[in-house]
Design a protein around this ligand. Structure first.
Ligand code: FES
Ligand code: FES
Length: 271
């Protein structure tokens, strides 16, 4: 027996292992992280793929002892606070799996790809999947899942922007990040628009411009980190968003009532 230590999904482990124990068995049996699957045990199928110091490797081809001191990530480490990340969500939204046996390995190979390429080409996605065999889904939906993750990750509002309400909100965010108060009001608000929150009420374009200029003097919106619970009808938009500014991260809510494609009533606040 020998003692090894490694970080797995940002947690430190020290365990006694037999020198011949495979890394995949160590993860599954010693640490009860059963996400990595054993499909072939011979390095062919890729279902056991994990990240070892950021590199996608087949954990059935390594001894646990070879990962002593390493930083390991398994599929269990992908979700953030219990929420699927964009790639996992892409698999769900674009039907990237059927039985799911190959999925943990695919997710890890693709995580390495996305860590190194913000916008991979289809060929790069296909190449990244070369070591991962899937017997039931085929690869097209998996490629679509990666494209979903890329589009959502690169979107300024962290959504697939495929509706008028989402396009409107994206424009709103672009003006806020650019710090362009006048263009924001001119393009997105009606002359008689009302902006209100639990703390204030502002009415009319000139007052709105003054309000946003003052707001932007103090608050620098850097990015929208996520947009949740987005609902819209023809003339209303409602959502929550996690926004990053010079004051850190805040969860906000907004409701827009639109007339002729511009806001006539805007209710907003911090949760
Ligand atoms: S179980 Fe490791 S490649 Fe198949
Ligand atoms: S989803 Fe079944 S093997 Fe890939």
């Amino acid at each position: 027996m020998m003692e090894i230590s490694m970080t797995v999904n940002n947690r430190n482990y020290t365990e006694e292992v037999e020198p011949r124990m495979l890394l995949v068995d160590f993860l599954r049996e010693k640490l009860a992280l059963t996400g990595a699957k054993v499909g072939c045990d011979t390095g062919q199928c890729g279902s056991c793929t994990i990240l070892l110091n950021g590199k996608a490797v087949k954990s059935c081809l390594l001894l646990a002892a070879q990962a002593d001191g390493a930083d390991v990530m398994t599929v269990e480490g992908l979700a953030v606070k219990g929420r699927l990340n964009h790639l996992q969500e892409g698999f769900q939204e674009r039907h990237g799996l059927q039985c799911g046996f190959c999925t943990p390995g695919m997710l890890m190979s693709l995580t390495e790809l996305l860590n190194n390429h913000v916008e991979p080409s289809e060929q790069q996605i296909r190449t990244a999947l070369e070591g991962n065999l899937c017997r039931c889904t085929g690869y097209q939906n998996v490629i679509d899942a990666v494209k979903y993750a890329v589009e959502k990750g690169n979107s300024p509002v962290k959504m697939i922007v495929d509706t008028p309400g989402k396009q409107f909100y994206q424009r709103q965010v672009e003006y806020l990040v650019a710090g362009n108060a006048d263009a924001l009001v001119e393009d997105n608000y009606n002359d008689d628009a009302v902006l209100t929150s639990p703390e204030f009420i502002v009415r009319g374009k000139q007052a709105l411009k003054a309000h946003f200029r003052n707001y932007m003097r103090w608050v620098k919106i850097k990015a929208v980190k996520s947009t949740d619970k987005f609902v819209e009808t023809d003339n209303t938009v409602l959502f929550e968003a996690t926004v990053v500014s010079n004051y850190g991260e805040a969860k906000v809510y907004d409701a827009f009532v639109l007339r002729n494609g511009r806001i006539s009533y805007h209710f907003t606040g911090v949760m």
